[in-house]
Ligand binder design. Structure first.
Ligand code: ZN
Ligand code: MN
Length: 477
């Protein structure tokens, strides 16, 4: 039996989050708008109009290229890619071909198993999107809103070896795009679309077999399912003595079926030539320096630094760097607190993150600022409030926007460490629960936690829990 390995490359189309389209001043994001409302003579391809390049598109493309370790070309060109389709009103797409914005590059993708896969970037260029067609009641309807929306097309080398590796690549790419602020990268809104090139070969071989291209694998699950299903199909073909043909396949996520669309076009079919209506793009060293001046620390670098600098477990570092604003929040809270960074991580991952998710907020929109979180931790450390009051304060601060210290004072939340008051509460609890006292004395020592809970309840959560436990032990002993 031959053992096979998959050879996978991904082509992604990334919608840049500029305000306007790539060659006109129409609004770029039409997700919530009715069809054909963000259009003009330029993006609907009327005769006699001239495209004008949106500089923001070049800036965002340059940031992404830099993050991919790609080299920006000092001079790049736009080209026409000719094909006929109803949603392409000009009959060609303005794209870049042999002299694109950037060339080379790679993305290092850490796999959950612990190894890192370096994925080469073969192509990275700017282009305009086409419109959308929809079939409804035996009619084909066309929406031109998406015409001229800026895209980066990025194609990897055949460097991925399984459906799971392909999924991880997309997960890391999506994280990076959001981190850089160049795309919302919402796959459900088609901001990040993916086609997969798949072939198989005997494990360890170094040649490439004919590949198929799977279109429309537009979710992480779809990438996993479609590729797995295509790899299995190719193995069945080869085992049956047949050849794998270079088909283009369509993946239907609902039914989990791959359908043959057409035999693949070759590049010659597109009759590329230079776009005569646009000037070459010149990137000066000064322009590059200005654009890259604030280039951020990237997520994987920050993850490594959090582990190193703050002694965080990999698990914490991964969650805290999932999103740039969250990792900024964490780091600001650590600085404001000055104590154990792991303690900040615990509070953030368990309680604050739950609030963020439940309330659908971005970390930088919280009234519970990093400084307020740090203040709560300091109040707990100083013994002014106990742990559970601290947790309750998170919500109160978020809802009122007041400082933790102000709320503690206004609501009298300071911890009661008064021995006599706690002793009185303990005595009451024991007197009210003779059966539990009997069980405890009979050996059911786990009841201690329950007794402490009752005392805390009596004292509206403000008792010093450690002191309450000590007094209870004494009284029950
Ligand atoms: Zn327009
Ligand atoms: Mn494309």
């Amino acid at each position: 039996m031959t053992e096979y390995e998959a050879v996978i490359g991904l082509e992604t189309h990334i919608q840049l989050n500029t305000t306007t389209k790539i060659f006109c001043s129409c609004k770029a994001d039409s997700w919530f708008d009715p069809p054909n409302t963000n259009v003009c003579p330029v993006c609907t391809g009327l005769p006699g109009v001239l495209p004008v390049l949106n500089e923001k598109v070049v800036e965002k493309g340059a940031l992404l290229a830099h993050a991919m370790h790609a080299e920006l070309r000092p001079v790049s060109f736009f080209d026409r890619k000719n094909y006929f389709y109803p949603d392409l009103p000009k009959g060609y797409q303005i794209s870049q071909y042999d002299m694109a914005l950037a060339h080379g590059g790679y993305l290092d993708v850490p796999m959950p198993q612990g190894y890192t896969r370096r994925v080469g970037i073969w192509k990275l260029h700017l282009e305009e999107d086409a419109g959308k067609t929809r079939n409804e009641r035996n009619q084909r309807l066309i929406d031109f809103n998406r015409c001229g929306v800026p895209l980066v097309e990025m194609v990897t080398g055949p460097d991925l070896r399984s459906a799971d590796e392909a999924a991880q690549y997309l997960i890391r790419l999506r994280q990076l795009l959001r981190w850089l602020g160049v795309s919302e990268a919402d796959m459900e809104k088609a901001h990040l679309r993916c086609d997969a090139n798949v072939s198989i070969r005997p494990k360890g071989a170094d040649y490439l077999n004919p590949k198929t291209e799977i279109k429309n694998v537009n979710s992480i699950d779809a990438v996993r399912n479609a590729i797995n299903s295509e790899v299995e199909r190719q193995i069945r073909e080869v085992e049956a003595g047949r050849r794998v043909e270079a088909w283009t396949l369509d993946w239907d996520e609902d039914t989990g079926v791959l359908r043959k669309m057409r035999s693949k076009e070759t590049e010659a079919d597109y009759r590329y030539f230079r776009e005569p209506d646009l000037l070459p793009v010149y990137l000066t060293d000064e322009w590059k320096a200005a654009i890259l001046a604030d280039f951020p620390e990237l997520p994987l670098e920050r993850r490594a630094r959090f582990i190193e600098q703050y002694g965080l477990p990999e698990y914490d570092a991964e969650i805290l760097t999932a999103e740039r604003k969250l990792s900024d929040y964490y780091e600001n809270a650590v600085k404001a607190y000055g104590g154990d960074p792991k303690k900040v991580s615990n509070w953030l991952m368990n309680d604050v993150l739950r609030m963020i998710n439940e309330r659908g907020l971005a970390p930088d929109q919280m009234k519970l600022s990093p400084a307020f979180l740090a203040e709560i931790l300091k109040l707990v450390d100083a013994g002014t409030i106990n742990n559970s009051t601290g947790k309750a304060l998170l919500v109160k601060v978020e809802e009122s926007g007041q400082s933790p210290a102000a709320i503690v004072q206004a609501e009298g939340l300071a911890k009661v460490s008064d021995d006599a008051a706690i002793r009185a509460a303990c005595q009451e609890v024991l007197a009210e629960n003779p059966k539990e006292v009997e069980s405890f004395r009979g050996g059911k020592e786990t009841l201690m936690g329950w007794f402490v809970g009752q005392v805390m309840r009596k004292m509206r959560g403000k008792a010093d829990a450690a002191l309450a436990k000590k007094i209870l032990e004494e009284l029950l002993g």
